[in-house]
Design a protein around this ligand. Structure first.
Ligand code: ATP
Ligand code: MG
Length: 339
């Protein structure tokens, strides 16, 4: 019997092309992907089919963002010679595995997924919930297992998906003549959920509270200026609260000098440090982080032909890899593999 746990790590991550990537993606996942790409084989999936699950009537929105996301990847330092970037809709094995897995997951299990529950409420679907949206965690399980991924760098909203994937792995393997699917684990970054610039619990494309990686100097300035601090901190001399203060959450996430941030927090708590000064420190580090990314991104998006060619190359490699898993699952189930 194959011992799947002893195989070298494989990484799978991805993003829905529902808009340009933002600072939440950067600290929640992209930063780690750049660091990990030289250590393990890494696949990065642009999940256009999953993007359609809540955008069924606006396919153009999804289609037009595929290359935008590709440009974001290259701009932050994802290197196609180390990471395989591929497109979900170009990989039929993912859709076929989804169909097979749907038969072993109950509707009530999907409805219990806290992230899905929360998103259904946030999006106000009620009775108009698209079937595809309800089952997207199953399609994510297909994505992860098709690549044989063992590590999945994600934000904390994705933890229920990893749990559900491992349930599917267990159940499916027990139906196969020998285990084929590999268990996976989430790799959480130190900032696993960046709040929105409006103070909402999560920065998210769908909530319109993002600072994208292509944000202009002026947009960064405005966003930081409008951020919530401690509403009780009226005078500079007043003691202020750091917990729940978005400016400090961002300083923790982005400031390169943790000691300096700790000193600022102590000063703020004690009183005597103004919101303006904290915001200036934050703006300075965000401007420094985003300026080179914005410039590289501009160059990348200017040559869409080259972006598409890279995506095609990655998708070809991913196609072969995922077909192998599909075939192994089919054989294990006793289904004929014809092509
Ligand atoms: P949408 O609103 O369309 O769902 P999104 O902003 O949630 O978009 P996704 O493409 O769904 O972005 O997420 C891609 C990856 O980025 C996931 O691993 C997710 O956990 C992570 N991520 C997204 N937003 C944040 C955030 N605010 N903080 C940390 N990680 C995040
Ligand atoms: Mg999301």
């Amino acid at each position: 019997m194959t011992d799947l746990t002893r195989q070298p790590h494989v990484i799978l991550t991805g993003d829905r092309p529902t808009g340009q990537l933002h600072l939440g993606h950067y600290v929640g996942s992209l930063r780690q992907r750049v660091a990990l790409q030289t250590q393990h084989p890494q696949y990065i999936l642009i999940a256009d089919l999953q993007g359609l699950t809540d955008n069924g009537s606006q396919p153009q929105k999804i289609a037009s963002n595929v290359l935008e996301v590709m440009a974001d990847y290259l701009a932050v330092g994802i290197d196609p010679s180390h990471s395989t970037i591929c497109l979900q809709s170009a990989l039929p094995a993912l859709a076929e595995l989804t169909m097979l897995y749907m038969n072993i997951v109950t509707v009530s299990r999907v409805e219990r997924n806290p992230t899905v529950k929360n998103e259904i409420q946030q999006k106000g679907f009620a009775r108009s919930l698209p079937t595809g949206f309800l089952v997207y965690p199953i399609s994510q399980a297909a994505d992860i297992t098709a690549f044989g991924a063992s590590l999945v760098p994600v934000g904390d909203d994705q933890l229920p998906m990893i749990e559900q994937t491992n349930e599917i792995v267990h159940k499916m393997n027990s139906l196969l003549s020998e285990p084929v699917l590999r268990r996976c684990q989430a790799l959480l970054s130190p900032v696993s959920r960046l709040p929105g610039i409006d103070g909402n619990a999560k920065m998210s494309k769908s909530l319109g509270n993002t600072l994208t990686l292509s944000a202009t100097e002026e947009q960064i300035h405005k966003a930081v200026g409008a951020m919530y601090t401690d509403p009780q901190h009226l005078r500079i001399s007043d003691p202020g609260q750091v917990e729940g203060n978005v400016v400090f959450t961002y300083l923790d996430a982005f400031h390169p000098d943790a000691e300096k941030v700790a000193a600022m927090k102590a000063h703020y708590r004690q009183g005597g440090l103004g919101d303006r000064q904290c915001k200036m420190a934050l703006e300075e580090c965000l401007q420094a982080l985003l300026a080179p990314i914005r410039e590289r991104r501009k160059e990348m998006i200017a040559d869409k032909g080259a972006l598409l060619a890279l995506l095609k190359q990655g998708s070809e490699k991913a196609h072969d890899h995922t077909q192998k898993t599909l075939h192994a699952v089919k054989r294990g189930l006793g289904l004929p593999v014809m092509f």
